[in-house]
Design a protein around this ligand. Sequence first.
Ligand code: AMP
Length: 302
Amino acid sequence: MSLLVVGSVAIDTLETPRGRAPDVLGGAATYFAVAASFFGPVQLVAVVGEDFPRAELDWFARRGIDLAGVEVRPGRSLRWTGRYHEDMNVRDTLSFEANVFEHFAPELPASYRTTPFVFLANIAPALQARVLDQVRGPRLVGADTMNLWIETTRADLDALLRRVPLLMINDEEARLLSGERNMVRAARRILAMGPASVMIKRGEYGVLYFSGESVFAVPAYPLEEVFDPTGAGDAFAGGVMGYLASSGDLSPAGMRRAIVYGSVLASFTVEAFSLERLRSLTREDIDRRYRQFISLTAFDVP
Ligand code: AMP
């Protein structure tokens, strides 16, 4: 079944303790779409500037990412520069230029309006709502957000949350949104705001999934070296939604498999700068690591 994502497609400059990567491919929707494309076709809704490399758009198309919803506008693409601390859970935004994103008003091609799986990557909640207004009867809507929107456009975000069944945010955002430090209490509060389920991404500590009364936890894949954590959360979401769209299985067991696939995609993403590791990744690599997750977490009753 088809899957749609709206969000940023960007040019990033990244600095981590492992090195520096200037002017590389980035954007939340980029990581999402490429991760999801391992499972099936993806419809991308975004805007880029004239500076955006044609070769990258061609690569998206070869990966089965439909570009009918990508506008190329006069001007520069969204540009973001981030620097990670020695503790790579901490990062600073050194510069942010919205550029063509400043006047982004997503307009879905007619062929996208009946897409059953929809993901609203991190952009202003009013724009996320605008996309939701244009789709008819989706089977599953997932969304992400960030501190900026929680702090500056809370009313828009609250309205959006009432329409989003699956929220995927990181631990810091969960704390800010809920006012609770404890993740279980934070999840309870968030579920009272609208979403039926919430996935809380905790970086190197893995993911917690809360749905109704049930809780599921998956660790992050233990890696000896992390090169660049950028986009890990977006690749996680892409793996989750990509798998769900391909299987159509939204049962509790199906959701758990999807979370493990998401964790697999996130773990590969951080192994190199930008999307470099995803360029050479294969479905076989993904399935092999999925099985490693089973042995990583398996135990029995003595
Ligand atoms: P993440 O690591 O999940 O926070 O995602 C990082 C990606 O989000 C980078 O590739 C950036 O290009 C993009 N990004 C950074 N700031 C913003 C923003 N304010 N709105 C949309 N995308 C952003």
